[in-house]
Each structure stands twice: as structure tokens, then as C-alpha cells.
Design a protein around this ligand. Structure first.
Ligand code: E4P
Length: 223
């Protein structure tokens, strides 16, 4: 499973990249607005830090506008993937961008029919929003499972990118459901390291190593 970080924070992306487990980045207009910087400059800096796919979302609702933005985003860095919503306009834009070899991530996906549309149109990625479905009393992970099953059935090559993940259990369930990618907030990626037994075990190993070192130094000390 690939791990993407869902943020536009340079500090967070740099840190995740330094761990050596970062496969890509997803941004959205909310993340970008939070940074308060020029969009192009920000995305180019992100793309230079993370060589994997970096999703950049369009900010208009009409196909022509999305095509124009998508073409511009694609000139910013070779690893840009254009994010378009699963609307008729978004899918029209995807077709046009795809014809120019620009990869697209279809976002705001909340149902299997929407995911089938994305795959049929030739999306590189489809982003089912797990957390937002859960927030509304639906089962987000079941949607990921259903999309993976349907895509396998027809041999679609669109990669399933489980999005809107809120905690490590979402990542675990997305992996078991067969998602190709999990995109998660930095905090969740950090939490993936955590296990109390790791912390307890490490503390004991370090204490034992320190005790041995102290004993050896005492033995070596001149009398
Ligand atoms: C995905 O690409 C979106 O940016 C993101 O996962 C949305 O997550 P949220 O529901 O936590 O805002």
C-alpha cells in the first residue's frame, strides 16, 4: 500500500519525506488556503520535496475552467496530478486532460456509481472520502471495499486512493479493503508508528545498554 500525506504544509511534507515512507501528497483548496502562499510556488516546493504524485485540485466548477487550470498545473512540475470533482463538468475536463497525457485524481467520491464513472473516464486515481461518509452515518470503508471489488471484476486500472482518513484504524481497514493508496493527515501518519509495547520495549533496551556501558566504565576505571 502506498502512503500519501494529505496536507500542503512544507514542514509536514519534509518530515514525512525524511522517514522514507512517503509515496505522494494530496492537497486541496482548504490545505492550500491554510498556507497563505502563492499556489504555484507552494506546489513547486512540494513537488521538489516529494518526487511521487502530488495532487493539485482545480478551483472552478466548469469544464473549460478546469481544463485551463489543469493544463497550467501540469506545467508546474512533472509529478503533478490534477484533481477534479466527480461532476459531469469534472469528468469532461478529465477526458480532455487525459487526451493531453495529464493524469487526474477524481475527488469527492461518495458512491460506487461515481467511482465507476471515474474509472470508465480513465482516472489515474479515484478518491472515496471515508471519514466524511462515516460522519454522515454511512460506512466509508465499505465503499472502498466495494470499489476495489468492482474494479477488480472489470480490470480497471484506476488506483483506489482512500481519502479523508481520520485515524490509524481507517488506514488498517483501507489496507484490508484493498485500497492501493491511503492519503492521511500528517498526524495520522505519525500515529502509525505508535505502539505502547514499542515504547516500553525500547525504554528497557536503552536502559540495559546504558547500565552495561556504566558497568564496563566502572570496571575500566583505575583504582
Ligand atoms: C483528499 O484528497 C482530501 O484532501 C481529504 O482526504 C479530505 O479529508 P477531510 O475529510 O478530512 O477534509
Amino acid at each position: 500500500m502506498e502512503f500519501f500525506v494529505d496536507t500542503a504544509s512544507i514542514t509536514e511534507i519534509r518530515t514525512a519525506q525524511s522517514w522514507g515512507i512517503l509515496d505522494g501528497v494530496t492537497t486541496n483548496p482548504t490545505h492550500v488556503a491554510r498556507e497563505g502562499r502563492d499556489h504555484k510556488e507552494l506546489i513547486q516546493e512540494i513537488c521538489a520535496i516529494c518526487p511521487g504524485p502530488v495532487s493539485v485540485e482545480t478551483t472552478v466548477a466548469d469544464a473549460e475552467g478546469m481544463i485551463g487550470e489543469g493544463e497550467t498545473f501540469a506545467t508546474w512540475a512533472p509529478n503533478v496530478v490534477v484533481k477534479v470533482p466527480v461532476t459531469p463538468e469534472g469528468i469532461r475536463a478529465l477526458r480532455a486532460l487525459r487526451a493531453k497525457d495529464i493524469r487526474c485524481n477524481v475527488t469527492l467520491v461518495f458512491s460506487l456509481p461515481q467511482a465507476l464513472i471515474a474509472a470508465k473516464a480513465g482516472a489515474a486515481y479515484v478518491s472515496p472520502f471515508v471519514g466524511r461518509l462515516d460522519d454522515n452515518g454511512a460506512d466509508g470503508i465499505q465503499l472502498v471495499r466495494d470499489i476495489c471489488a468492482a474494479y477488480r471484476h472489470y480490470g480497471f486500472e484506476t488506483r483506489v486512493l482512500a481519502a479523508s482518513l481520520r485515524h490509524p484504524v481507517h488506514v488498517v481497514h483501507a489496507a484490508l479493503a484493498g485500497a492501493h493508496v491511503a492519503t492521511m493527515p500528517f498526524k495520522v501518519m505519525e500515529q502509525l508508528f505508535n505502539h505502547p509495547l514499542t515504547a516500553i520495549g525500547l525504554e528497557k533496551f536503552l536502559a540495559d545498554a546504558r547500565a552495561l556501558q556504566a558497568a564496563l566504565e566502572t570496571r575500566r576505571a583505575p583504582v
